[in-house]
Design a protein around this ligand. Sequence first.
Ligand code: NOJ
Length: 766
Amino acid sequence: MKKRFLYTSVAITAIALLSSNDSFAQKKTKPVIKRNSIEQRVDSILNLMTLEEKVGQMNQYNGFWEVTGPVPKDGQAAKKYEHLKKGWVGSMLNVVGVKDVKALQKIAVEETRLGIPLIFGYDVIHGYQTISPVPLAEAASWDLEAIKKSAAIAAEEAAAVGLNWTFAPMVDISRDARWGRVMEGAGEDPFLGSKIGVARIQGFQGTDLTDHKTILACAKHFAGYGFAESGRDYNTVDVGLSTLHNVILPPFKAATKAGVRTFMNSFNELDGIPATGNKYLQRDILKGEWKFNGFMVSDWGSMGEMIAHGYAKDIKHAAELAANAGSDMDMESSGYVEHLVALVKEGKVKLEVVDDAARRILRTKFELGLFDDPYKYCDEKREKTTVGSKAMHEGVLDMAKKSIVLLKNQNDLLPLKKSGQKIAVIGALANDKSSPLGGWRGVSKDGTAVSVLEGLQKYKGNQITYEKGADVYTGTPVFGLEIKINTTDKSGFDKAVEAAKKADVVIMVLGEVGFQSGEGRSRAKIDLPGVQQELLEAVYKANPNIVLVLNNGRPLAITWADENIPAILEAWQLGTESGNAIAQVLYGDYNPSGKLPMTFPRSVGQVPIYYNQKTTGRPGPGGESVFWSHFTDEKNTPLYPFGYGLSYSKFEYSNLKMSASSFSGNGKITVSVNVKNTSKVDGKEVVQMYIKDEIGSITRPVKELKGFEMVSLKANETKTVSFTIDSKLIEFYTANSKWEAEAGDFKVFIGGSSDATLEGKFEYKN
Ligand code: NOJ
């Protein structure tokens, strides 16, 4: 009883001390975090903490028991519950809903000695319940404002259910369509990827972290996770320093600059060192060079996985390696909570390492304002009015339309006529209300997306018939289980063919089911799965007037379709409002403006394929010779290049002008171009600028995206678009192992894709 009283009074003193003089007390008028006062308060609480409590902050548990049920009495759950009550847990993940979050927060605040609140993390990757397009699709919009807004909507919905931390954005550069997680990132390009990563961070975190609508963002996976050999998830990564610094790290660096508050390391090893135990990445680069002062969470169990990597001999050794390398919080390995105190006492991990990690975690808790109001994300009324609200649906619909990419539109088959047409809609995905939710679909329920069929049926002027043709998969694709793709059942082909014969236009919705991409969903084949290609060809024979709508989470090799099908729309997995967005684009109520954030290969043998490749010593074409860098059975060129996408408008580029032929030092130069909408339809175009550095101290890519701007052009309108080039823009990680601009000759290309041919040149003198 006496002990209990003592603890309570310590906690009250601590909280009083931490809340006094508080900049968050006047949240509304003071959006800027008062760094000094936070640091002082972090120090004061650290002074009160035992080593066990500090280590406790570094421990994150997955939701381990039904919070509303009885408290766990035995086994792992009971142990974790004891840890929670002792203040040995700093954060929890996968606990959602105000009721549960509040109950757990109450234990942390009222039952632990110091009453330090928990932070609650969840994978809000593209929405919590109201689902926006998968991130790769959003990236295809190249619309930074829209992406920021989409993240802000997701943050608001998540924050309304008690969450204050999302494990997003994933800023891994991905060049390999076999890798299932390409759906979760912004594609292949470091420049675009950096801009999009920053937009997402700004959306999630807003300008004021104490606002109850904003949450902590997390730049992941640090680093190199997207470069898994053969695209097989979790596989070995072995890249050189140039690729690491010039391609993989830029989005992470941009995230740090944008003020992202947390990072997550990754499952992969990088050049022999698992990322979780990688000191070079976490201490030297992130916390050293980039001065990141938020905290690093491990990926799920990645500390323990260092044993399987053959890097740590047991979990205690793994904890030692991870702590010393700069991994601040342990997600679900229990390595820190079980062994870190002993490791400090044995002198294997310095106390300063623990202090530093605890300080980083406490800092973010102060920044969120949790010490002033640990229940600020726990408002039942707000939860009810926010989750699934009209504003959420409008927001994800807007993002969905902007994410669609028109890949082909022969003879202006699209947009569809609004009346007098017989339309046959074919393909299981057309009537699928779950697949559009994609992977990482938060708490959204199966069957809650608007299907393409439903979207089309809202337009009443045409006569629509539907035939499935063939299932993509058999059974229910339950999260975590293998998806059984239908490779045999063609019993629905005949009906589909009959429907096509009677139709003026056929809309075929083909692609991947929702969980066919995402974590652990690598594919060795990236064509249309199952019997869909055969279905497409059978229907084509009956009626070639086909619009192919693709639903997929990764680039697909659809070469036959490109050669034969007149219109192709890349509609990814667009989330809750998918069908409405697709129908509006098909009918021309929305003019598509998306551009591919990832190269589409002709065949899987070409991957990894990306536009900013190196020339090699034998670029070809090789004429009669075979001794040049090529395939003997496939072209080198992609099916659709990075940055490519059509519109119902037509754009013409002309008159590329450089403001000068050279610049030096801190000077700059301007390149401009005229873009004309030569069509009768108003539209938007993403104007892209690429630069080629002719000679470098390390070899340079054939071109690199260095600027883009979305312009709206009325029918027949012309606008001049200009880009500024300065030394910062042409810097790269050179043979001197630092970022610098090298003097020399450069080419500039401007156009509507990475195939841009309008060309200029300049010289940089330093
Ligand atoms: C593993 C994934 O790699 C990571 O991205 C995710 O945030 C965690 N699991 C938590 O769910």
